[in-house]
Design a protein around this ligand. Structure first.
Ligand code: SF4
Length: 517
């Protein structure tokens, strides 16, 4: 079945993102790795099950970024729809453009690049994106002269694969917030005008709050944005280049109502730092934060989630006004949920390196106190039923052995706090872009110990967290338990040869060289 008049702009992404991850966004992490210890089909079923679609192949829930592009196009009067990748053949024969947005098209970002370097196998996100681009509906669409427009947070990756850019016939890549520029591109396509090959949306060109449209269909796991940008200025991060904007509470509530209309009764608040909602600087403000949560609770959602918090904001807010406890009490009494999982960044345990690479991360506290701030934040979160999944970044510019030693000591200090710690490998983004380092890096012998510590820490807590987090989904919980047992077994067999692994790393065995497509 297809629509008449036809959809002009078909928006999609491959299966690793066109999914609800069984309602648990943390499971989405698995899409950044190759299938390990089980067949790929089972791996994909666990981390990226097919979503429900309507008779036209429109998914009931879709990634939030695609929803924003859809909303911008519809608001401008275009015929645009998000279509599941398995249903493209219904619409591409009559569409004018195919629009694809992604977080990590080619697995160049962390943690995909780490899993790839260690396992020597392509992560499933990359495999499935390439499969989509090589699929017959997309090939036929291109042969017919259809336009392909690419965007999303990983748009910069296309600058490193110009051969694929040309061979797949991608017309335009949009790098940056797309809500404004996509309308102009769509009009050019309708008018048959030439398209720009690469559009960079500079910080001064991003949409204002008024120009950001409200989503018109449900987002994965009820994700709604509460702010854009981040004031901390870490040198390795591109988010910080964008101006800070707070989404008004009315708009947040409207988007939650849209989700509820489609049966999604959860609110996952997206921000680089949820606790800084409505703040003037880097210390949380009680009034806007409580008002936001009260308004969300009044919509009667079943659960509230947070995407990210910064550890310094946890400490600053709790010391100043016990804000973490107040918000968590509000959430727990308002929804009945018992805990919240959240992503956060430790990045390094070294005050020396923190001072060089992320001097604002510990603000309002000095970088010298970074390890103490991290531990205090973990303690506050543990006391308030917040479970962090924290990242460590290895291979940061100017990293020395003493910095890695400091990171090891910090991970040891965090041993007794329920959490996951995931090692990332530095990707030169933001002001530190570097093509050579991006495409070709080695896991150095001195990084093996930190990675090992992260693995030990996460394996200590993962079974208990899986039990809590996946309580209502016995099949997925069972599969994840089997997977964790496999990882535990693998770890025991590797334990005997850690020295050997360090020696292998010294000889360059874990050098990462992305393969040709
Ligand atoms: S705190 Fe996080 S989002 Fe903000 S600049 Fe640093 S890494 Fe980026």
């Amino acid at each position: 079945m297809s629509i008449d008049p036809p959809i002009d702009f078909v928006i999609t992404v491959d299966r690793t993102l066109m999914t609800d991850h069984h309602g648990k966004e943390f499971i989405g992490f698995m899409t950044t790795a190759p299938a390990v210890g089980m067949p790929e089909k089972l791996w994909m079923w666990i981390c990226a099950p097919k979503p429900k679609v309507d008779e036209l192949g429109r998914p009931i829930v879709a990634p939030y970024g695609l929803r924003k592009v859809e909303a911008a196009l519809k608001r401008a009067g275009f015929r645009a729809e998000i279509i599941d990748p398995d249903h493209l053949d219904k619409h591409l024969p009559r569409a004018k453009a195919l629009m694809i947005g992604h977080h990590d098209f080619f697995a160049f970002c962390a943690p995909s690049n780490v899993w790839w370097a260690i396992t020597k196998r392509e992560p499933v996100n990359r495999k499935h994106f390439i499969k989509l681009m090589n699929s017959e509906p997309v090939r036929a669409f291109k042969r017919r002269g259809g336009k392909i427009v690419i965007g999303g947070p990983a748009a910069w990756q296309w600058l490193h694969v110009e051969d694929l850019w040309d061979s797949w016939g991608v017309d335009t890549v949009i790098d940056g917030e797309a809500e404004k520029v996509i309308v102009d591109i769509a009009q050019r396509i309708i008018d048959g005008e030439p398209l720009p090959r690469y559009v960079y949306v500079a910080p001064h060109e991003v949409p204002s709050v008024e120009e950001i449209p409200t989503i018109v269909g449900a987002s994965v796991n009820g994700l709604v944005e509460i702010m854009r940008g981040c004031p901390r200025g870490c040198r390795f991060c591109s988010v910080t280049l964008r101006p800070l904007r707070y989404i008004p509470i009315d708009m947040v509530v409207s988007e939650i109502e849209v989700n509820k209309k489609f049966g999604i009764n959860h609110a996952l608040l997206h921000s680089e730092d949820v606790l800084l909602y409505g703040s003037y600087g880097v210390v949380p403000r009680e009034e806007p934060l409580l008002k936001l949560h009260e308004a969300i609770i009044s919509t009667r959602v079943e659960t509230i989630g947070w995407a990210h918090v910064s550890l310094a904001a946890v400490v600053a807010g709790q010391r100043e006004s016990k804000i973490v406890s107040k918000v968590m009490d509000l959430i727990k009494s308002g929804t009945g949920q018992k805990f919240i999982g959240v992503q956060t960044g430790i990045e390094t345990g070294s005050p020396r390196l923190a001072k060089i690479i992320m001097p604002g991360k510990s603000a309002p506290f000095p970088a010298e106190s970074w390890p103490d701030i991290v531990e205090e934040a973990f303690a506050i979160m543990a006391d308030n039923d917040i479970v962090p999944a924290a990242t460590i970044i290895l291979n940061l510019p100017e990293e020395k052995q003493e910095d890695l030693d400091a990171t090891v000591r910090l991970i040891e200090r965090l041993r007794d706090y329920p959490s996951l710690i995931v090692p990332m490998y530095f990707v030169p983004m933001g002001v530190l872009k570097d093509k050579r380092a991006l495409l070709n890096f080695s896991i150095k012998p001195e990084h093996v110990e930190v990675m090992w510590m992260c693995l030990e820490h996460s394996l200590k807590w993962a079974p208990e967290l899986a039990r809590k987090y996946l309580a209502e989904n016995p099949f997925v919980r069972f599969a994840i338990r089997l997977f964790l047992r496999f990882v535990e077994w693998k770890k025991r067999s590797l334990e005997r040869r850690v020295r050997e692994i360090i020696e292998e790393a010294r000889r360059g065995k874990y050098t990462h060289k992305p393969v040709e497509v």
